[in-house]
Design a protein around this ligand. Structure first.
Ligand code: F6P
Length: 427
């Protein structure tokens, strides 16, 4: 392989992703690519895993392939990385590209030195992804084990193999913000790259930003890194329950026959549609809804998050609204006066649910890999909060937003498109 001569630089940029496996690098790489393209910036992801799977379809899923002490295999992986570096270079210099995104772990200091040496024709911005949530990390790892490269292994074997792979990566992990002391996994005196950002890929937060001079497109990229991005979220409320019939609050009831029918209509609506992931609360009524939606679709991933459990009605749980009015008039009055802020004794208010519901939204988006047709099945109060996360509402209006049980909200929120539609279950 020989490097081709470079054309003069004109507002072009390499982005090199950095991070251990299952830290959200690809989600961010594709989020950048898709949004940049929508804005008319020619961006392209170059993923090392894809090259590896294309060139070596069978032999590279085993953990030994990632053993940093196995010189022959290290050389093979470096070749794969080089293929992508040259393809990225061609994209910028010969194919009219503006931003080439190298999507790989790029976790070791020698690999990053190689990137810097080979891609000297345009600025390079390193973007390291970290994910602080252990549950999500476990879910991401579990998802990786479903990749076709692990199809010949049982779930346990695939998990063990992927964990061994991660251990290999950890053993050579040199963080971008190394202090050069030689105690953080980086060689002593290792120089940090000149331009880097470290992002919390779950919370869309910049943890560290180190720029000696601003790279091209940086303000745009920074905006994209910290913004929510929703390609297609279907927000569903569970179908009718006995508690709904009796105007009873909270509890953990099951769906009624009518609720089951509503779930079937939802399933009919989605029969021929791809579903990337279904996220429910931990309560029975949303899980039953998901069971029916996913009948005969075992390949669809599903998760139950406590963050999406219905507002905790504390001492009023399982009471009817009429009982609250008669037996707890103080609560009834305070909800009438300021429903958003009024807490149930021993429970929650809309205001106090806000943080957990928003955390749930972030988790759900992360778990779905930000793919289209993520389905969230929630509850009346929870769905009001989710909806108002995307569609600005005054606080006092939030607790009164209409959340039907036979229609769902379809939400798109990207840099170029904002859309919320209410669609019927039955098409
Ligand atoms: O009535 C169904 C329900 O989900 C209850 O469990 C919950 O307390 C209520 O809706 C939330 O709506 P509101 O705040 O209007 O009472």
């Amino acid at each position: 392989m020989t490097a081709k001569p470079s054309l003069p630089s004109a507002e072009k940029l390499y982005i090199a992703m950095v991070g251990l496996p299952a830290m959200g690098k690809s989600v961010i790489a594709y989020k950048l690519q898709d949004n940049l393209r929508n804005m008319g910036v020619a961006a392209k992801v170059f993923n090392n895993g894809e090259v590896r799977r294309r060139l070596f379809p069978e032999n590279t899923s085993h953990a030994e392939f990632y053993n940093p002490d196995n010189a022959a295999l290290v050389a093979l992986r470096e070749d794969i990385a080089l293929i992508n570096m040259y393809d990225a270079k061609d994209f910028l210099n010969e194919e009219g590209g503006s931003i080439a995104i190298l999507d790989a772990t790029n976790i070791s200091a020698p690999r990053r030195r190689k990137i810097i040496a080979h891609l000297s024709d345009h600025p390079i911005l390193f973007v390291e992804c970290r994910n602080p949530d252990p549950d999500l990390y476990a879910a991401s790892v579990a998802r990786k084990t479903k990749l076709s490269e692990f199809a010949h292994l049982s779930t346990e074997e695939a998990l063990a193999s992927f964990e061994a792979r991660i251990r290999h990566y950890r053993s050579i992990y040199c963080p971008l913000d190394s202090d050069g002391s030689g105690t953080d996994g980086c060689p002593p005196g290792e120089k940090r790259p000149e331009e880097y950002v470290i992002v919390d890929s779950l919370n869309h937060r910049i943890i560290k930003e180190h720029l000696t001079k601003e790279p091209p497109y940086y303000s745009l990229l920074r905006d994209l890194l910290v913004s929510d991005w929703v390609k297609g979220l279907c927000l569903v409320r569970h179908g009718e329950t006995e508690f709904n019939r009796e105007s009873r609050i909270g509890g953990n009831p099951r769906l009624t026959d009518k609720g089951i029918q509503q779930a079937r209509s939802l399933a009919a609506r989605f029969r021929d549609k791809h579903i990337s992931c279904v996220v429910t609360s931990t309560l029975r009524r949303t899980r039953e809804m998901a069971d029916i939606l996913l009948e005969g679709r075992p390949e669809v991933e599903r998760h139950a998050l406590r963050e999406f459990d219905e507002i905790n009605a504390g001492e009023c749980d399982s009471m009817t609204y009429d009982e609250v009015r008669r037996l707890r008039p103080g609560i009834w009055e305070s909800r009438k006066t300021d429903k958003y802020h009024a807490p149930y004794p021993g429970g929650e208010s809309y205001a106090s649910m806000k943080d957990r519901v928003e955390r749930g939204v972030k988790k759900a988006l992360y778990l779905s890999g930000n793919a289209e047709n993520l389905v969230i099945i929630g509850h009346q109060a929870v769905n009001r909060m989710i909806l108002s996360h995307f569609l600005f509402r005054r606080e006092e209006d939030v607790p009164y937003v209409f959340i039907p049980q036979d229609r769902y909200f379809h939400i798109v929120s990207t840099q170029s498109r904002k859309l919320v539609e209410l669609l019927p279950f039955q098409s």
